[in-house]
Structure formats: structure tokens, C-alpha cells
Design a binder for this molecule. Structure first.
Ligand code: NAD
Ligand code: WQD
Length: 338
């Protein structure tokens, strides 16, 4: 297949491009590099031993996007492009709505103009309302607590409505849980700008000594050890889920939402201790107050992905911690140090 990957230079996008190339697909990336580095794609090509096509521009620039669709007869699209920092979305909400929804609308219009009907969309477990029973099934109640989350909720709705209006469309809305880890080569991985907000990059940068200590955001939750429980999923498993979703999209029409998680919850301390054990490093930490907006426990029911996509996560928490550390250790400054 020839696949347009928007946001393909980013964390999940780069891992997915590598899996696509290794599976023999042709890959065309559009990314404005707002939150990514060209190095990621260079390394993807090195690892795969194959080339991909890369265009650097803002996906909302429909003239340039139309040119890409003219230049390549695309079979399908994987749409990662978007801004993703929850806290930042609260400070600059209009930019989040403009960017994330603008990208999705531009993409839908150009797909329609060029007769491309299959799209996989990066959604998030954040679209589920707080207060649902765990594990989360796809039909659980939806609702968000921050602008970033609403852009995913609205992105899903835009694509569902587009599919309802055009029976040729095939839309797979993938709701990711907590992607962590890196490619086992240690060549590509997560490279957040500034001080990380998410747990794993915070742990790896603390282990490196770049940050002094991890703050555990609360140990008084109603969980086995009091710290927050999440469904962490290895980014390579997640990337492979997208290849399965492409096959599913090609064989079906309409819109469907599917969780990509492992179904297994781990606490902050579980992750911290697993990381220290498999990597034989110390990660100093203190317990602080709860982080506003956090809830005690989130994990997926991954049954629908197994049923519809024939996909399930294979890699465990040790793999995630080992691979995250290999990437960080080999690239202490991320791609910037290269
Ligand atoms: P990322 O920031 O590494 O990748 C997103 C990419 O999109 C970046 O390379 C960025 O430069 C690009 N981009 C942003 N706006 C653009 C625009 N207007 N035009 C062109 N390119 C643009 O993030 P990621 O972690 O790889 O996430 C990929 C997708 O998955 C995002 O849509 C994100 O919201 C979603 N998601 C991520 C997580 C997570 O925890 N990482 C969880 C659930 C969903
Ligand atoms: C995980 C756990 C924290 C940092 C976020 C987004 C979500 C999705 C995935 C995109 C929580 C604890 C964290 C730290 C800590 N992204 N923690 N100290 O909040 O589950 O999900 O990323 O769609 O939308 O909200 O992930 O990695 O920030 O936190 O104790 O320094 O680690 O409280 O329990 P989260 P996270």
C-alpha cells in the first residue's frame, strides 16, 4: 500500500513509518516539524534500509497538501499530526482547536478531492469521561476535561460524520492508552521539548541526571499502592496496531473506534521499580500532591482490537522500561545531540 502518514516524524509516527517500511509499504510523510526532528526520519530510513518521501509543511496548507496527493496515488492515510500537550492546551486552547481540527478538516477535504477513502485517526483514551467503570470499553461514556481532549473528541466526530455522509469512507479511530518505550535499536524514541510532563520521559531524564528527582503525583489514590494506575503500551506494539488497522480499513466501510491498550494497569511505583530493576539504575523520587485533573485508575478492555484487528500487545513492562532507557542513554540530548 502507499500510505500518507501525517505527523510521521513524531514519536508514534516515526515508529509506525518504520513498521510500514519493514512490511513493504510505501510511505509519504507530511510533518511541519513543530514537535519533531528530521533526524527521526533519517534514522527510520537507515533502520529500514528503504526510503520514504518527506514533505515539510503545515498540513492545513491545502495547496501543498493537494500537490502531495497529485504526486502520489495514496491508498490510505494515517493521521497523527496534532499538538498533544494537555497542560499547554489549557493555556492556548484556540491554537489547539485551530491546529488539530484544522489539520483534520484539511485532510478530509483533500482525501475527498483525490478519491482516498481510508483513514486511521490517532485518538486517545482521554476521550472517555471520568467516572466510567474499568476496564474501558469503546461504548463507555465520552467527555473531556481539557481542550486537547476535546480536539480528539471532535476529531472523532468530524470523521464519523464524514463517513456517515459518504458510504465509500472507512474510518478507524484508534484510542491509545499510554504509549511508552522506544524502538529496541535505541535509534528512535520519544524526544519531548523542555521538561517532560509524562511519566516515562521524566523517569529516563532523572535516571540520566538531567533532572534531580521524580515527583510522584499523589500516593493517596484508591489503588493498591496509592499511586495512579495506567495502561502503558509499548510504542512498537502500538505502531503494529496501525498496520492491522490499515488492513481492516481496506476491507470495511464506515467508522469504528478501537482501544489500543494492553488491558493491564501499572502504578507509578510499579513502573519506577521495574525501570530501576531492569536497567540497574536508581531513580530518586519524592511523593508530592495529586496533579490536578488526574484520576486514580485508567485501563483498557483491549478485546475489540483482538476481535476486529487480530491485534494484541506482545511486549511487557520490562521491554518498555529497557527500550525507553536504551534510547535515552544513547541519545542523552534526544535528536538535538545528533
Ligand atoms: P508527536 O508530537 O511526537 O507527533 C505529532 C507530530 O505532528 C509532530 O511530529 C508534529 O511536528 C506534527 N504536527 C503537529 N501539528 C502539525 C501541523 N499543523 N502540520 C503538520 N504536522 C504537524 O506526538 P505523538 O506522541 O507521536 O502523537 C501522535 C498522535 O497521537 C497525536 O495526534 C497525539 O495527540 C495522539 N496521541 C498521543 C498519545 C501519547 O501519549 N503520545 C496518546 C494518545 C494519542
Ligand atoms: C501517568 C501517571 C501521573 C508524571 C497523558 C494524557 C493523555 C494521553 C497520555 C494523549 C499518572 C503520574 C506523571 C510525573 C507522576 N496523551 N506521574 N509524576 O496523565 O495518564 O496521560 O498522556 O492523548 O491524554 O493526559 O500520562 O504520563 O502524564 O502520567 O507521578 O512527573 O504518572 O500522575 O498517574 P496520563 P502521564
Amino acid at each position: 500500500m502507499k500510505v500518507l502518514v501525517t505527523g510521521g516524524a513524531g514519536y508514534i509516527g516515526s515508529h509506525t513509518c518504520l513498521e510500514l517500511l519493514q512490511a513493504g509499504h510505501e510511505v509519504v510523510v507530511v510533518d511541519n516539524l513543530r514537535n519533531a526532528d528530521r533526524q527521526a526520519l533519517t534514522r527510520v530510513m537507515e533502520l529500514a534500509g528503504r526510503e520514504l518521501a518527506f514533505y515539510q509543511f503545515d498540513l492545513r496548507d491545502e495547496e501543498q497538501l493537494a500537490r502531495v496527493f497529485y504526486a502520489h496515488r495514496m491508498d490510505s492515510v494515517i493521521h497523527f499530526a496534532g499538538l498533544k500537550a494537555v497542560g499547554e492546551s489549557v493555556s492556548i486552547p484556540l491554537e489547539y482547536y485551530a491546529n488539530n481540527l484544522g489539520c483534520t478538516l484539511a485532510l478530509c477535504r483533500q482525501m475527498a478531492a483525490h478519491g482516498v477513502h481510508d483513514v486511521i485517526f490517532s485518538s486517545s483514551a482521554t476521550v472517555y469521561e471520568q467516572g466510567n467503570r474499568m476496564p474501558l470499553r469503546e461504548e463507555a461514556r465520552l467527555g473531556c476535561t481539557n481542550p486537547y481532549g476535546w480536539t480528539k473528541f471532535m476529531g472523532e466526530q468530524i470523521l464519523r460524520d464524514a463517513a456517515a455522509a459518504d458510504s465509500r469512507l472507512s474510518v478507524v479511530l484508534l484510542r491509545y492508552f499510554n504509549p511508552i518505550g522506544a524502538h529496541p535499536s535505541g535509534r528512535i524514541g520519544e524526544d519531548p521539548a523542555g521538561i517532560p510532563n509524562n511519566l516515562l520521559p521524566y523517569i529516563t531524564q532523572t535516571a540520566l541526571g538531567r533532572l534531580e528527582r521524580l515527583t510522584v503525583h499523589g500516593d493517596d489514590y484508591d489503588t493498591p499502592d496509592g499511586t495512579g494506575v495506567r495502561d502503558y503500551i509499548h510504542v512498537v506494539d502500538l505502531a503494529q496496531g496501525h498496520l492491522k488497522a490499515l488492513d481492516y480499513a481496506a476491507a470495511h466501510r464506515g467508522a469504528v473506534a478501537i482501544n489500543l491498550g494492553t488491558g493491564q494497569g501499572y502504578s507509578v511505583l510499579d513502573i519506577l521499580h521495574a525501570f530501576e530493576k531492569v536497567n540497574r539504575v536508581k531513580v530518586p523520587y519524592v511523593v508530592g500532591p495529586r496533579r490536578p485533573g488526574d484520576i486514580a485508575t485508567v485501563y483498557a478492555d483491549p478485546g475489540l482490537a483482538r476481535e476486529l484487528l487480530g491485534w494484541q500487545a506482545r511486549l511487557g513492562i520490562e521491554d518498555m522500561c529497557r527500550d525507553a532507557w536504551r534510547w535515552q542513554k544513547n541519545n542523552p540530548q534526544g535528536y538535538r545531540g545528533a
